[in-house]
Design a protein around this ligand. Structure first.
Ligand SMILES: NC(=O)c1ccc[n+]([C@@H]2O[C@H](COP(=O)([O-])OP(=O)(O)OC[C@H]3O[C@@H](n4cnc5c(N)ncnc54)[C@H](OP(=O)(O)O)[C@@H]3O)[C@@H](O)[C@H]2O)c1
Length: 390
């Protein structure tokens, strides 16, 4: 607990430095400026928004943005998942209870201006709610995923005009990676049914990349925030030109609400960070948020990394054939439609503040550092093995 407080103090001191304008990346500058995240002012046309889901990760950030814009919100869930961020806002939210499997009663006979389908995890769920709501809402926003493009077997760019698979392939490729295929195909079919039922001009499809920020229930991106805060010898896997993509949950949430306000239909990737960021740029930029001394140990040898099971340290993934192009999704359409990006420093600061707060159980932090599958627990041994064979 003491260390935890110390690192928080160090971090807060350094935050002050960062806000004084120390540049984060020497090799490239952020395209975004503080003006790209303008103060949120109330909209002159308040909307009634229904969020299917809304209590997990993305939802609370959508709600925070939408309430500031003066909109009113209803959520539809089973009443099981409790928000871990923006909890205080849920007093202002109408909470409807049912089940997307077999109980949509609470949605019947009601009207909303727009619907956001966050929890669309089965094609039938989206089909049923789109059919039920098509005459009772103007627009339907379906939260898909860049996984709709899976497999990423080339370097793209993966833009919205690219054909997506609606059926699984035959044979081993599918059998070996069934879960990933099924998720992408489910998202692609859910998108299709949304557009068929609501009509293309009343549908918005968002395909997010890795969503990062407070409330994340995975430890994928947080791995780096936690690791860089601790400092010391840090294993940095992958080639210098390997790209990194992710999107700050607040940028994504605000983008979605603004599209709905403006009734802009279409398909948009939800990727960032707004320019072509490489692995070294990411780690150096992210580390600039901390005072911890760091010595990066670069390991580019794929065979060594594979042998030592250093594979999935997000936001980048070592380039297996099926995911090598994943950090090459196009951002053009979304940027033209108004997606803005806050700087990496802001994302890291915000996420770390949450990570070390009481909103995250200590057990989760401990597990990331020393749990059974924690890479941090074996990182020093992998570094030693690397040095020994040099
Ligand atoms: N995280 C990422 O990096 C990422 C990347 C790309 C795309 N996405 C997509 O982003 C979307 C939002 O993700 P998320 O993590 O915020 O939410 P999520 O985990 O997909 O959805 C959880 C929400 O759905 C509700 N829910 C679950 N089962 C339900 C059921 N049978 N009936 C009614 N409600 C149900 C939950 O409340 P109850 O449990 O109380 O019912 C909760 O509010 C997802 O569609 C995901 O596929 C995420």
């Amino acid at each position: 607990m003491k260390n935890h407080k110390n690192s928080r103090r160090k971090f807060l001191q350094n935050s002050a430095k960062l806000s004084a304008g120390i540049p984060l990346l020497s090799a490239c500058s952020f395209k975004t400026t503080p003006e790209s995240a303008p103060a949120i002012v109330p909209s002159d046309k308040p909307m009634k928004i229904l969020i299917l889901g809304g209590t997990s990760y993305l939802g609370p950030h959508q709600i925070a943005y939408a309430l500031q814009r003066g909109h009113s919100i209803s959520t539809f869930t089973r009443g099981k998942t409790k928000p871990t961020v923006h909890k205080e806002l849920f007093d202002k939210v109408e909470s409807l209870v049912g089940d997307r499997n077999d109980n949509l009663e609470a949605l019947k006979g009601r009207k909303w201006d727009v619907v956001i389908d966050n929890s669309g995890r089965q094609v039938k769920w989206t089909e049923d709610t789109a059919k039920l709501l098509k005459d009772n809402a103007e627009m339907y926003l379906y939260v898909s995923s860049v996984s709709a493009y899976y497999p990423f077997s080339d370097f793209g760019p993966f833009d919205e005009s690219r054909e997506v698979r609606l059926t699984p392939p035959e044979g081993k490729a599918y059998e070996n990676n069934k879960m990933t295929w099924d998720y992408g195909i489910m998202k692609a079919n859910s998108e299709k049914r949304t557009r068929e039922i609501f009509g293309e001009d009343r549908s918005i499809i968002i395909r997010p990349h890795f969503i990062v920020g407070p409330g994340d229930r995975t430890d994928r991106f947080i791995y780096w925030v936690d690791r860089l805060a601790k400092g010391g010898e840090v294993l940095l896997p992958g080639a210098d030109d390997r790209r990194v993509q992710y999107v700050d949950v607040r940028d994504l949430a605000g983008f979605m609400i603004r599209l709905l306000e403006q009734r802009v239909s279409g398909i948009f990737n939800g990727s960032g960070p707004g320019f072509e960021m490489t692995v070294p740029q990411f780690v150096h930029g992210a580390h600039a948020a901390f005072n911890s001394p760091v010595n990066f140990v670069r390991v580019k040898d794929r065979d060594f990394l594979k042998e030592n099971n250093v594979f999935f340290l997000c936001p980048w993934i070592l380039p297996n054939e099926d995911v090598k192009g994943m950090p090459h999704t196009s951002i053009e359409a979304a940027v033209a439609a108004g997606l803005t990006y806050r700087p990496l420093a802001d994302t890291i600061q915000h996420l770390y503040n949450w990570w070390i707060s009481d909103a995250v159980p200590q057990e989760r932090r401990t597990n990331l550092a020393t749990g059974e599958n924690a890479f941090q627990g074996r990182e020093a041994a992998v570094i030693k093995a690397w040095k020994d064979q040099m």
